[in-house]
Design a protein around this ligand. Structure first.
Ligand SMILES: [Ca+2]
Ligand SMILES: [Ca+2]
Ligand SMILES: [Ca+2]
Ligand SMILES: [Zn+2]
Length: 322
């Protein structure tokens, strides 16, 4: 399978890292794009969903001990993973799991909460850190295209309990706290599926408008994408959207992916639509009308069961919806 790389991304809401003033479209980890981009792949763990282990004691490490609060918090964790899902990219989340501080072991994605002085943070005062391990080789993308590139094989997310406690002490509203941690998790999950900070490498969009949906061709996503310099100030993958202000910063409390992240997901994990039941029915209707339209040889004295007719209005309408 080739050389194995272990890489760490210095990450979300970094207090110590400066970000250039603009943030553009989406960018991919390792700087690779197109068919070489680092992705989870079918046959390498993606086929049955990405198995997520949330460490035993994760909630308690973040100061959440009330059973009712734990339940609500777990809903937020599930929502953060759910926000990234499409039919090609799924997560199976297990709580109270046995995890490892090493992207190459444990679950395909381990989620843990560690104190600031843990060696995993390397002395950086970050809110969260995502790490990943990749192989390089031939893999089949979710649209069936086979190409050489990086394959994500193991990932970890570490939340910094020390940094989060500081913000928790300031945020009195439970909803704000839940939203802030959901957004932080969404950001880190983005790294574990192959998305970088917008300013890190080439930034991709389908046009020059960062605030519209990217219309991506699932059969050939990169044919529709091009580098863009346009600002998406509220993107979830953006670091420090309001500079050093972590409290009066609405984007830090958004709990939906923006068009940037959705575009990245659908470029990395394209979903080729299957024929819908409606389309199948319409095809059958079309087949039926074709058969009825065929000349029939009648035996003497026999009558056709029904006369040859053009498709009814209802059938014609069904055909147009295909
Ligand atoms: Ca799996
Ligand atoms: Ca691990
Ligand atoms: Ca756009
Ligand atoms: Zn980050």
């Amino acid at each position: 399978m080739g050389v194995r790389f272990i890489q760490a991304a210095a990450v979300a809401l970094a207090l110590v890292l400066a970000e250039p003033g603009t943030s553009r479209a989406f960018s991919l980890i390792n700087g690779a794009w197109g068919e070489r981009a680092a992705v989870w792949a079918n046959g390498h763990g993606l086929e049955d969903g990405i198995d997520v282990g949330v460490a035993a004691g994760f909630e308690a490490a973040l100061g959440i001990t009330d059973p009712l609060e734990i339940d609500l918090f777990r809903q937020a964790v599930l929502a953060a993973f759910g926000s990234w899902e499409n039919p090609a990219l799924r997560f199976n989340v297990s709580f109270d799991a046995s995890t490892t501080v090493d992207p190459g072991s444990g679950f395909e994605l381990d989620l843990m909460a560690l104190p600031y002085d843990h060696e995993a943070f390397g002395g950086d005062f970050l809110f969260g850190l995502a790490t990943w391990q990749t192989d390089f080789g031939l893999r089949t993308l979710t649209n069936g295209v086979t190409a050489l590139g990086s394959i994500l094989t193991g990932t970890d997310i570490y939340l910094n309990t020390t940094a989060i406690a500081v913000i928790d002490a300031i945020l009195v509203d439970d909803e704000d706290r839940t939203a802030a941690i959901t957004r932080l998790l969404m950001h880190e999950i983005g790294h574990t599926v192959g998305v970088a900070h917008p300013f890190m490498y080439s930034n991709w969009d389908t046009d020059e408008d960062p605030h519209n949906a990217m219309e991506i061709d699932p059969l050939d996503p990169w044919s529709t994408l091009r580098p863009s310099e346009q600002l998406a100030e509220d993107a979830v993958m953006r670091v420090r959207p309001c500079g050093s202000d972590f409290i009066n910063c609405p984007p830090l409390y958004y709990t939906s992916l923006t068009f940037d992240e959705l575009g990245a997901r659908d470029a990395l994990y394209p979903v080729v639509p299957e024929p819908s039941a409606a389309a199948l029915l319409a095809s059958l209707a079309a087949l039926g009308s074709l058969q009825r339209g065929r000349p029939r040889r009648l035996r003497a004295g026999a009558h056709p069961a029904r006369p040859d007719v053009a498709p009814s209005e209802a059938e014609a309408a069904a055909l147009e919806r295909v």
